[in-house]
Design a protein around this ligand. Structure first.
Ligand code: BES
Ligand code: ZN
Length: 275
């Protein structure tokens, strides 16, 4: 899979640094709105040369921060949809007035998605199925953005064949590289992801549980779609600085080596599932 070699850390670090420079990305704050707008613009720039790729804001009725959806129209089976997502909001203690850089939670997931988009465009890759990249608003206040989107997809009868969630990818807290979350996820898609890791990488795999509906994958699972959640560490060894002013890229060594593994897994996944 030659596309994997095109992924690199530079874009990842740029996205993490840019998103974590907003005071916070809280779902009702001005900076939270601005960060969503920045992502819309940035994804739009990456897709500029392709008429089969579009970027749209997904407006939510009850708060200001928009979700962001980049769609690559499938060439032969466009009704079949693959979703790669992560939340774009951040939170710390006091909500809209707090400093919440959210570098790991979850600028790092958005960065991995963004790098996958960059590699798709750089390689000229055209999927048979439709691929949707989603930056969700309002995850940190109860998975609200993703729940609204997944419920709308279900109500409209959309055929989503697979979902992966990237939420926290850049803190290397455990001996293994990538952990598959086993609760609120789809076992057979998890096995598919494990086979991709074994076939295309030398990363060490682990399994772990959140124990509750901890991120946006749970919104898709709840609405009947097969979702997986590859995570940065064992649940008990994950980044201790999330949801605080200390969630900066320096807590991950100032680089994006760990997040790069997740960008590569996302690329392998989309190429194999959307072909
Ligand atoms: N990224 C976290 C989820 C997470 C934290 C997964 C630690 C694995 C280890 C997410 O942004 C989050 O904070 N979720 C909330 C729950 C949500 C329903 C508001 C949480 O875990 O408290
Ligand atoms: Zn969080």
């Amino acid at each position: 899979l030659g596309m994997l070699k095109l992924a690199d850390e530079k874009g990842l670090t740029n996205t993490i640094t840019t998103l974590s420079s907003y005071k916070n990305r809280y779902y009702t704050s001005m900076t939270g709105v601005d960060a969503s707008k920045w992502l819309q613009t940035y994804w739009g720039q990456l897709a500029a040369g392709r008429n089969d790729i579009s970027v749209a804001a997904y407006r939510h009725a009850n708060w200001a921060q928009e979700s962001v959806i980049l769609t690559i129209q499938g060439s032969s089976e466009p009704q079949k949809i693959v979703v790669l997502g992560g939340h774009l909001d951040s939170i710390a203690g006091g909500g809209g007035n707090s400093v919440a850089p959210g570098a790991d939670d979850n600028a790092s997931g958005i960065a991995a998605l963004t790098e996958a988009i960059r590699v798709i465009v750089a390689s000229g890759y055209k999927p048979s199925k439709t691929i949707k990249f989603m930056g969700y608003a309002a995850e940190e206040v109860g998975l609200r953005g993703s729940q609204e989107i997944a419920a709308t997809f279900k109500r409209e009868g959309k055929e989503v064949v697979g979902v992966i969630q990237l939420d926290m990818t850049n803190y290397n807290g455990s001996a293994e590289d990538i952990f598959l979350i086993t609760d609120n996820t789809n076992a057979s898609q998890n096995a598919f992801l494990a086979s991709l890791v074994k076939t295309y990488t030398d990363y060490r795999l682990g399994e772990t549980k959140c124990g509750y509906a901890c991120s946006d994958h749970a919104s898709w699972t709840k609405n009947g779609y097969p979702a997986s959640f590859p995570f940065e560490a064992k649940f008990s060894e994950d980044n201790p600085n999330i949801h605080s002013a200390k969630d900066t890229i320096s807590q991950s060594g100032g680089h994006s080596r760990h997040a790069l593994k997740f960008a590569k897994l996302a690329i392998a996944y989309l190429v194999e599932i959307a072909k």
